[in-house]
Design a protein around this ligand. Structure first.
Ligand code: GDP
Length: 290
């Protein structure tokens, strides 16, 4: 376990424990307070932060550090384990034929993510295709097409058709040679009933193996409602957090993961097709606490 880049005040509190073999209540209280501060400023939901604090407090005071382990390392391990318990491991993405559908708010980064994911699969030796069903946002077609050209992956869209369900159907046929289908959908607010009906219809045509919710790292507390509604309508199996190259830390995504009982699969780290990373809990936790 390595938690690098910890925030300076948390590191300071932990460093005070150097040389100690046991923690007292004040030590734990101080550390938990620092963790709460970091997580809340990273947009993690208040109730999640409180639950987490309680578990960390209880464990840090009740569990004996294994022989030879310093109090500092012991509490750090507990913090890490509790956060991993909350955040989970990366969404499992098998390297085999599959269909993934992307959902989320307009501007969250779905179109960009669809091309990035296709690029990622192509680097893994699979043949991907992006199907662009966003007939709503002007420019979505050209943007997706250009990015897919850059990524050198198959692309299907139809700027002359305004029926996304039809595009999905035609797209699957046109890209039948591809092994991995990534279906981009129009951005919608989870409470727009007609758009929710539409994505459900697309889903019934596409029959994805996995629906991923794309969230802007800056979404904060708004993630909860979106996640609940999308999960209810199509079932969310994984989350993509975009724009993590900015200052937002993406703590809102934890709410989504918690609400949908899913996990984080990919991180968007920039605007070009290569700017995608598989989620990895350690780095993300360090960032949240940093
Ligand atoms: P959509 O409406 O959900 O399809 O969103 P887009 O894919 O069009 O993305 C909206 C804006 O966010 C575009 O300007 C993208 O270039 C930008 N964007 C998407 N992902 C990232 C990312 O990971 N980092 C940064 N910096 N910008 C991103």
């Amino acid at each position: 376990m390595v938690l690098d880049n910890l925030g300076s005040s948390l590191r300071g509190s932990l460093d005070k424990l150097r040389g100690k073999s046991r923690l007292d209540e004040d030590d734990v209280q101080e550390i938990v307070k620092e963790i709460q501060r970091s997580l809340l400023s990273a947009d993690v939901d208040v109730s999640l932060v409180m639950d987490l604090s309680d578990s960390i407090k209880t464990r840090a005071l009740e569990e004996e550090p294994p022989g030879g382990t310093s109090a500092r390392d012991h509490v750090l391990k507990i913090v890490y384990e509790e956060l991993v318990g909350l955040i989970g491991e990366s969404t499992e993405i098998p390297l085999e034929s599959q269909t993934i559908m992307l959902a989320g708010l307009q501007g969250s980064g779905k179109t960009t993510t669809s091309a990035k994911m296709a690029w990622w699969f192509s680097k893994k030796g699979l043949r991907p295709a992006v199907i662009q069903t966003d007939t709503f946002r002007p420019g979505a077609y050209d943007q997706a097409k250009q990015m897919c050209e850059r990524a050198e992956v198959d692309f299907y869209g139809d700027p002359d058709c305004d029926d996304p369900v039809q595009i999905a159907r035609d797209g699957l046929e046109a890209t039948a040679d591809a092994e991995v289908h990534i279906v981009d959908t129009a951005g919608r607010h989870a409470l727009e009933d007609d758009l929710i009906d539409e994505i459900e219809e697309i889903e019934s045509v596409v029959q994805p193996d996995l629906n991923m919710l794309v969230l802007d790292a800056a979404i904060g507390q708004g993630a909860k409602e979106q996640a609940q509604q999308f999960d209810e309508s199509i079932g969310i199996g994984g989350v993509v957090i975009t724009k993590l190259d900015g200052t937002a830390k993406g703590g809102g995504a934890l709410t989504a993961v918690n609400e949908t009982d899913s996990s984080i699969g990919f991180l968007g780290m920039g605007e070009t097709v290569q700017d995608i990373e598989r989620f990895e809990p350690n780095g993300f936790i360090s960032r949240l606490l940093g």
